[in-house]
Design a protein around this ligand. Structure first.
Ligand SMILES: *[C@@H]1O[C@H](CO)[C@@H](O)[C@H](O)[C@H]1NC(C)=O
Ligand SMILES: *[C@@H]1O[C@H](CO)[C@@H](O)[C@H](O)[C@H]1NC(C)=O
Ligand SMILES: *[C@@H]1O[C@H](CO)[C@@H](O)[C@H](O)[C@H]1NC(C)=O
Length: 818
């Protein structure tokens, strides 16, 4: 996965492929020669003005090149409805990076969110304040248990001895996005202690550039207490917020603040806390500080005894008619939520048939939580990336744009990743294909005139605040697997999509963008010989990495040729291109666009004889990369120079030492990469190569484990090897669920395809599906989380958590809905 995990980590944009700068490129442009000819036969004045013109042409051509990287493709937007014109998705829990918060799908607007601490668990160094999802908070478990992506959600959070349930229900109506109510319920998880205090905060803030106003309505008898907020924003018009409590509140406080943006909410609020000696030494917000000017952040605080419920009722001034039945609080809210939960259970079963397949109630709960976290983790971001091209020595701003996207992990990666997003939408599209279409459209709208999409989207100040500056810049030579096409392909397979007008219209809108994107890959990632492809961005001069990483492939440290050169042929990229070509042909045919060139390329890339010629190693009986490679290579510490080394000085870092010179050959590192012709279903069902792949896959010495397929065979020389002294193995052994999903799906495909390998595929299908599902569910119940990856020897979850990005694809394997 192309992401940094720790500072110093993984997704430093690489610029190793940077071509030498291009002096004189203008000389070869059509027209330049004409100017030259004119110059020669004329006066000095003309000569010098000719030079001047050339100079201007050069400067403006450079200028043109410099602007291309951040110029949007100018065709109609792929997103058809945004903001208020899509009322069903206007409000949502679109802030995956906080434990709970509601916001709108408009660029700068109202934000809301929950914070809390537990007064009797404050330690000297740590108040235990909760707001952003942080792994360091060490919550036993948290996440959505039900969420339909549009109307409601229910989340459970277990923090120390408390259980918080956060839910919301939307009520449509009016032309300003309608109303919603959020309920925060806090109770003891253990019954040992009878009473327990909790301090809850709920805030409403205007985003950094939002216009509008927020006015607190204070309690007549308690000036520290805020009963309501009334406010306006350009999109929302006028609105009102009420705080309705159920239970025993001890004290109330509030704060009116001026904030530079949501990235600083936590600090700002914490700094307003003080001890009120006259109120049983309670810790509360100080409403008197920081009130110069109009506040853009209002915070409600209640200190209460559990069990306790706080209903936060948001009412749009434009939705009077929506409230004929009364305010959405108390029993009305409880009943509305119950009804939505029942509908959800029915829809879930109708889609995935898990009860029908005999899964237990516990398993179904797991699956609902996995889907709900994927859907409930969808965020709405607005802002720009920082990008770089060879023509721009300095990073420049991409244009400001919205992104509606799921996220890999709410704590660790709460933003959009191109490589993950296609996998996410394999699941989302089964639940609600219109949400997926909307997500894909947002991503495709981020394409520039060159046909490039930045792979990691760090939009807005809140997202930026989580990423160290040196990892922010994205380089326009770097690709990332076009997994969005996986999602599109899966949507194309569903007959009900293919036959519906909305889906065809969607395809027509995205088509010009897909064409350009495809073309960008087909030209910029081309390999040395026709039909071969090469990921850019590997560092050929890296001297600390055992095997220079290929972040662009998504498989980060998966071993490739030891010595990156232009001769490399990357198997996985070739297979992605085969998939892309076939899909483009299929879409083109469906919507009546030119599909012939795609069909031709697809046939070419699906030709097994040709594939074998390029990537099948008869010696290793496997599909492999080809490149300038040696197996005889090690990380060694340089000898310490006793003349210059003083005691206490750090030892020099290990560097790699090539023991036997590399040569052009197949790269014998059997693993996920080798499976691509299989997992993307390019191998002919009758091919003898399929038997070989199935054998490797089933072999416990190689890829099979009781928990799923490991990323690199135990027989590979780099199995579980560190890439540098500081980088532990990532895609060199651990089990990843996205690739396991594709493998299970492919096994099903080959199990259904008549041929000599059909029976074996059926057998392995059952075995692998069971292994993956069993382990992910077991680990969920054991640890409370779905994980980034799983240990190949113990099955234990590892890496970051919660990771209900692609690991949630387990649901599709359970339902066998591929
Ligand atoms: C909640 O409490 C129960 C026992 O009452 C315990 O088994 C469970 O692990 C607790 N849950 C969490 C997530 O702490
Ligand atoms: C490649 O690695 C070398 C040695 O570690 C380093 O000096 C150089 O900056 C790297 N190049 C790029 C483009 O990252
Ligand atoms: C992809 O590139 C190859 C090689 O340049 C070319 O022959 C082929 O027509 C291209 N395919 C499409 C669909 O553009």
């Amino acid at each position: 996965m192309a992401r940094q995990r720790v500072p110093g980590g993984r997704n430093r944009p690489s610029s190793k492929d940077r071509a030498p700068s291009r002096p004189g490129i203008n000389v070869n442009r059509p027209g330049s020669h004409g100017n030259m000819a004119l110059c020669r036969s004329s006066t000095l004045w003309i000569v010098s003005s000719g030079i001047l013109i050339m100079g201007i042409a050069y400067v403006s051509y450079q200028g043109y090149l410099q602007t291309r990287v951040n110029t949007p493709l100018s065709v109609p937007s792929a997103v058809s409805n945004s903001g208020l014109s899509d009322p069903t998705r206007f409000w949502g829990s679109y802030r995956p990076g906080v434990y709970f918060g509601m916001k709108t799908r408009s660029p700068y607007d109202l934000l809301s969110g929950l914070m809390w601490f537990i007064p009797d668990q404050i330690t000297q160094n740590d108040i235990g304040f909760r707001h952003w999802c942080e792994q360091g908070d060490n919550l036993a478990r948290y996440g959505w248990v039900k969420h339909d992506g549009e109307n409601f959600g229910v989340q459970e959070i277990f923090d120390r001895n408390l259980k918080l349930t956060t839910s919301f229900v939307k009520r449509p109506g009016g032309d300003r996005g309608g109303d919603w109510t959020a309920r925060i319920r806090v109770e003891q998880n253990h019954t040992k202690k009878v009473t327990q205090m909790v301090s809850l905060f709920f805030y409403f803030g205007l985003d950094e550039k939002a216009e509008g106003a927020l006015l607190p309505v204070l309690d007549a008898s308690d000036a520290l207490r805020m009963n309501e907020i009334s406010g306006t924003s350009p999109t929302l018009g006028s609105f009102r917020v009420k705080f309705v409590e159920n239970g025993q509140a001890k004290q109330h406080f509030h704060a009116k603040l001026i904030s530079p943006g949501p990235q600083s909410y936590t600090d700002l609020v914490m700094r307003q806390l003080r001890r009120y000696e006259d109120k049983q030494a309670a810790i509360g917000l100080d409403p008197t500080s920081n009130v110069e000017g109009d506040p853009n952040l209002l915070v409600y605080q209640v200190n209460a005894v559990t069990p306790f419920e706080l209903d936060v009722v948001f009412e749009s001034g434009a939705n009077m008619a929506g409230r004929v039945e009364g305010e959405l609080v108390g029993n009305l809210y409880t009943d509305a939520l119950k009804q939505l939960e029942r509908d959800y259970d029915l829809a879930f079963e109708a889609q995935f048939h898990l009860q029908n397949k005999g899964f237990s109630r516990q398993d179904v709960d797991f699956a609902q939580a996995a889907l709900s976290n994927m859907v409930g983790g969808i965020g709405y971001f607005y802002g720009h990336s920082l990008v770089q091209s060879d023509s721009n020595p300095q990073a420049v701003q991409y244009w400001d744009a919205p992104l509606y996207s799921a996220v890999p992990s709410r704590s660790f990666f709460p933003r959009g990743f191109l490589w993950d997003e296609g996998f996410h939408n394999l699941l989302i599209a089964k639940w609600n294909p219109k949400i997926s279409a909307d997500i894909l459209a947002h991503w495709l709208d981020l394409i520039n005139v060159e046909g490039w999409i930045p792979r990691e989207q760090i939009l807005g100040l809140e997202a930026r605040a989580k990423v160290p500056a040196e990892f922010v810049v994205q380089h326009n030579k770097n690709a990332n697997p076009p997994t969005l096409l996986l999602a599109l392909e899966s949507m194309m397979h569903a007959k009900e999509n293919r036959q519906s007008t909305w889906f065809r219209e969607f395809l027509v809108r995205v088509w010009p963008r897909l064409e350009l994107w495809y073309d960008w890959f087909n030209t910029s990632q081309q390999g040395p010989v026709p039909g071969s492809f090469r990921w850019r961005g590997r560092n050929g001069t890296a001297d600390r990495e055992l095997n220079p990483k290929t972040l662009t492939s998504g498989l980060d440290d998966y071993p490739r040729a030891s010595h990156p050169t232009e001769d490399e042929r990357h198997l996985d990229l070739r297979c992605w291109m085969a998939l892309a070509s076939k899909l483009m042909a299929d879409i083109g045919r469906l919507i009546g666009m030119d599909h012939e060139k795609y069909s031709a390329t697809s046939e070419f890339l699906h030709d097994n004889m040709f594939l074998n010629e390029m990537h099948w190693s008869e010696k290793h009986k496997a599909y492999l990369d080809f490149g300038f490679h040696t197996e005889d290579i090690r990380l060694e510490r340089p000898p310490i120079n006793s003349k210059t080394h003083r005691p206490g000085m750090p030892k020099p870092e290990k560097i790699r030492v090539t023991k036997t010179p590399p040569k052009l050959q197949y790269v014998p590192q059997l693993g996920y990469n080798s499976l691509f012709p299989f997992i993307l279903q390019i191998i002919d069902p009758s091919s003898p190569k399929l038997a070989a792949v199935l054998a490797d896959l089933e072999d416990p010495q190689k890829l099979f484990t009781p928990y799923g397929l490991r990323s690199l065979s135990q027989s590979a020389s780099l199995y579980m090897k560190r890439n540098t002294e500081h980088d532990p193995p990532y895609w060199r052994g651990p089990i990843w669920i996205n690739i396991n999903f594709l493998a299970v799906r492919a096994l099903k495909h080959y199990a259904d395809a008549p041929g000599p390998n059909q029976y074996r595929a059926q057998k392995v299908y059952l075995k692998l599906r069971q292994a993956v599902i069993g382990n992910v569910i077991r680990e969920y119940h054991r640890t409370g989380y779905i994980w980034e990856q799983y240990h190949d020897k113990t099955g234990h979850g590892q890496g970051c958590r919660p990771f209900t990005g692609w690991s949630a694809l387990t649901v599709l394997m359970m339902g066998e809905t591929y």
